[in-house]
Design a binder for this molecule. Structure first.
Ligand SMILES: Cc1cc2nc3c(=O)[nH]c(=O)nc-3n(C[C@H](O)[C@H](O)[C@H](O)COP(=O)(O)OP(=O)(O)OC[C@H]3O[C@@H](n4cnc5c(N)ncnc54)[C@H](O)[C@@H]3O)c2cc1C
Length: 265
């Protein structure tokens, strides 16, 4: 590890002011991605600005039908929250399946979304549930938030404040985890609202994406035969030491089918 300066912000505007005062600043949440990348010298901030002391940035509340989760809420807090379990148990299940106990007690939903790791779980939740990402300056829909691998539409100094999850009728999250890291080889969030199916897939491609052909078929007829002939082209999917693109395409369909079964029973 090399020298850097550490700052604690006690509100959002101070955090932004600090960020804009330095040459190579970065925000830190739980440090579960940032610290390893600094150790490997993949990132080298001159100044690290800690968001952990900003009051209520980890709050979980319900406003009408909308579940609001603060960016600093850890995965463990989301998994254990009775508000989350009551609003969308699939979201609590997803949080409970992230990494191991240590990861769940340090890693945050805001850090996960800002990082946009292609195999992270929360991007599938946010996109599949049609959530909105509220920052210190605007509201971004999930459909426009994720740009590419490790890239989002956030400005360099922009801070995720809360994530707003609308009520859906049904939701299920199914993940085929990498046995070592628990990151998703493939993770599928399948939801239904007023008969409309919505599917977000993580782990399979460079960034989370919606499975439009499956959504269309399942919106017309929510049954297994409806997706018999639907396939996911392997050409755009990831191939690495863990799985070929064809295997990932197959896995996506298997998990979607299991999701249809789960929501039909
Ligand atoms: C061993 C291991 C296993 C893991 N397994 C999984 C898994 O199975 N599934 C999964 O989804 N994830 C997994 N993770 C990732 C982990 O869950 C964290 O979500 C992720 O590392 C982000 O960590 P963090 O919240 O501590 O953010 P940090 O590391 O502190 O920050 C990450 C990035 O986000 C930026 N940032 C942080 N908060 C904000 C904010 N509020 N606004 C704007 N920018 C912000 C930072 O500047 C930085 O660029 C794993 C991590 C490890 C180390």
């Amino acid at each position: 590890m090399y020298q850097f300066n550490f700052h604690k912000a006690d509100n959002l505007s101070t955090a932004v002011e600090l960020f804009n005062a330095f040459d190579e600043p970065m925000y830190i949440a739980g440090g579960h991605t940032l610290i390893p990348t600094m150790k490997q010298r993949l990132s080298a901030p001159s100044d690290v600005i800690d968001l952990a002391k900003i009051p209520d940035l980890d709050a979980i509340t319900l406003a009408g039908d909308t579940l609001q989760i603060g960016a600093m809420a850890t995965h463990a807090k989301v998994a254990a929250s009775s508000l989350v379990q009551g609003h969308c148990s699939a979201l609590a299940t997803l949080a409970e399946g992230i990494g191991d106990r240590q990861v769940r007690h340090r890693g945050t939903i805001g850090g996960s979304l800002a990082n946009n790791d292609p195999a992270a779980d929360y991007p599938a939740a946010v996109l599949g549930l049609g959530a909105q990402i509220v920052t210190d300056r605007r509201t971004i829909t999930a459909d426009t938030f994720f740009k590419a691998m490790f890239e989002t539409t956030l400005e360099p100094d922009e801070i995720i404040q809360t994530i707003h999850f609308p009520q859906v009728d049904q939701a299920v999250y199914l993940k085929f985890p990498n046995p070592a890291s628990r990151y998703a080889m493939v993770g599928v969030m399948l939801t239904r609202t007023a008969g409309e199916a919505r599917i977000a897939i993580t782990g399979a491609a460079a960034s989370v994406f919606r499975a439009a052909a499956f959504e269309e078929a399942l919106t017309a007829d929510f049954s297994l035969p409806a997706i018999d002939a639907v396939t996911l082209p392997a050409e755009t999917l990831n191939a690495d030491m863990h799985a070929s693109a064809e295997y990932r395409a197959h896995l996506c369909k298997v998990l979607i089918k299991r999701g249809v079964n789960a929501l039909s029973s």
